[in-house]
Design a protein around this ligand. Structure first.
Ligand SMILES: *Cc1c(COP(=O)(O)O)cnc(C)c1O
Length: 217
């Protein structure tokens, strides 16, 4: 466990899949974690972090950013349109683009601001009713809609169902991305990031394996 260990395991997985060293970006998922644990990872020189909620991120990252230069912040959780402006100011990348209303809002704000975070479309590969994301059957049309809006699409993101073999979901996401000419694949968490890398992940989102278990109160 810990940052060094995860970096080493990513390097091994890259090599085993015949992929160049450094081709997988590690997003350290810091949601819920206490400030001291986050500072420890910042002190190790890591600069790429992920958060689930706009409000929570807004409460801590401006201070961290004042102390540590060049931090890149990724939004991983669902985004309400009324938080879109704040999210665009705070985050460099948003992984949870999942509906046309949000795409329209992001496009309008991007026009207004003259720039936009990089975007990943979330795909609900397991077609779970409680989970965000476009359905696999709707993904191609939604990619096209986002392109028509000139949004800076980087790739696709998924969170596989907890009780299924994630590799099948990673492979499905990779297939949808490939046929849409999208290079980015945001997939793989603490329990399955090596399997995600084997299926072509470009961004892995690892929380508890770096920081320790999240303690909810
Ligand atoms: C919390 C979370 C992660 C990290 O989960 P771990 O199992 O702690 O690695 C990754 N992606 C998303 C979308 C999350 O919400």
């Amino acid at each position: 466990m810990g940052l060094e260990d995860i970096r080493a395991r990513i390097a091994t997985a890259e090599a085993q899949s015949g992929r160049p060293a450094g081709s997988v970006e590690l997003i350290a998922v810091s949601k819920i974690q206490p400030e001291a644990r986050i500072r420890a990872v910042l002190d190790e020189g890591h600069k790429i972090f992920g958060e689930n909620r706009v409000q929570e991120a807004a409460g801590k990252w401006p201070d961290f950013r004042a102390d540590y230069p060049d931090i890149r912040l990724h939004l991983l959780g669902p985004l309400q349109t009324n938080k879109a402006r704040q999210a665009m100011e705070l985050f460099d990348t948003i992984h949870s683009l999942d509906r046309i209303k949000l795409a329209n809002t992001l496009a309008r704000l991007a026009d207004e601001r003259g720039r936009s975070p990089d975007l990943f479309i979330q795909v609900n590969t397991g077609e779970e009713p409680q989970k965000a994301g476009v359905l696999p059957s709707e993904a191609d049309a939604f990619v096209q809609s986002c392109r028509d809006l000139n949004l800076p699409l980087k790739g696709l993101m998924c969170i596989p169902p907890v009780d299924e073999e994630p590799s099948l979901h990673f492979a499905l996401l990779a297939k949808i991305a490939a046929r849409n000419g999208l290079a980015g694949l945001s997939m793989g968490m603490s329990g399955d990031f090596e399997r995600a890398i084997a299926q072509g992940a470009t961004h892995v989102r690892v929380g508890s394996a770096i920081f320790g278990a999240r303690v909810y109160d």
